[in-house]
Design a protein around this ligand. Sequence first.
Ligand SMILES: Cc1ncc(COP(=O)(O)O)c(C=O)c1O
Length: 314
Amino acid sequence: MQPSELIWMNGEFVRWEDATVHVLTHGLHYGTGVFEGIRCYDTEIGPAVFRHVDHIDRLFKSADLYYMPMPFDRTQIRAATLELISRNGMRSCYIRPIAYRGYGTMGLFPLDAPVDVTIAVWEWGAYLGEEGKQNGIRAKVSSWRRISPDSLIPHAKASGQYLNSILAKVESHKAGYEEAILLDDKGYVCEGSGENIFVVRDGRILTPPQTASILDGINRKSIIQIARDLGFEVVERDLARAELYLADEVFVSGTAAELTPLREIDDHAIGDGRPGEITRTVQAAFEDALHGRSERYREWLDPVPVPSPAPQVA
Ligand SMILES: Cc1ncc(COP(=O)(O)O)c(C=O)c1O
């Protein structure tokens, strides 16, 4: 990870190396944190954060689902993030806001522990690799099922929940694959370890519904809208595992992975083993939206104020 100069912690800008927490931080022991993954792109209109308000909104909803009162409001978090990117002089970066139960009390009753909020930014390339975005990756259906709504809250982006994703990710990596696909507790296709999933069959784009324990991905939403605007039919429905193997095309979406095609699942080639035409078409339109090349989706970009240069002294 390439450090930036500053991190925002509880209302203050602190140096990267000084952004530390106590070892008895509640969230470190029990996973009591909620976070977001957001990206800022160097766009046609300058550095801009993709769907910033939607991400902040999901952060606040995740906090609420775990009974965490946020000590800052949405406007403050948005302003702090934009200022942080600007002060770090970055044109593109990954953004990680996290709210967590801090230092103060231990034990499983968390409501007396303080809620701390931090925002960090760093440079982060394509999570599943630039090569993967171009030519597709190989994935494995995990032996681990995605967390069930009976035990946790799939709609929340909560720190402790990611142990489930980590088990799946490590299993797939050790078996020689680049990503894991998790089924839900009923055995239907759910999502990747950190991405939503789309399957193309007979010209239609299919994706698991809200009831399949997915994280309600912001890029998923964007891709559904872009695909429909391009004239494709998009259907949200349960998907059987075999439909992955029978698919003409499969791709995943997420802030870290952006839109990445899958070329093989469980050693079955998807289509002819190369990213298909519908994937390519949607990917190109999505990349245009991310980088501000598309007028139609400009409203999804939150521009970062660029500091004006210091006045020249004669
Ligand atoms: C488990 C999981 N599913 C899906 C996604 C995709 O969500 P988004 O498009 O909002 O980044 C992510 C990434 O945040 C994730 O961690």
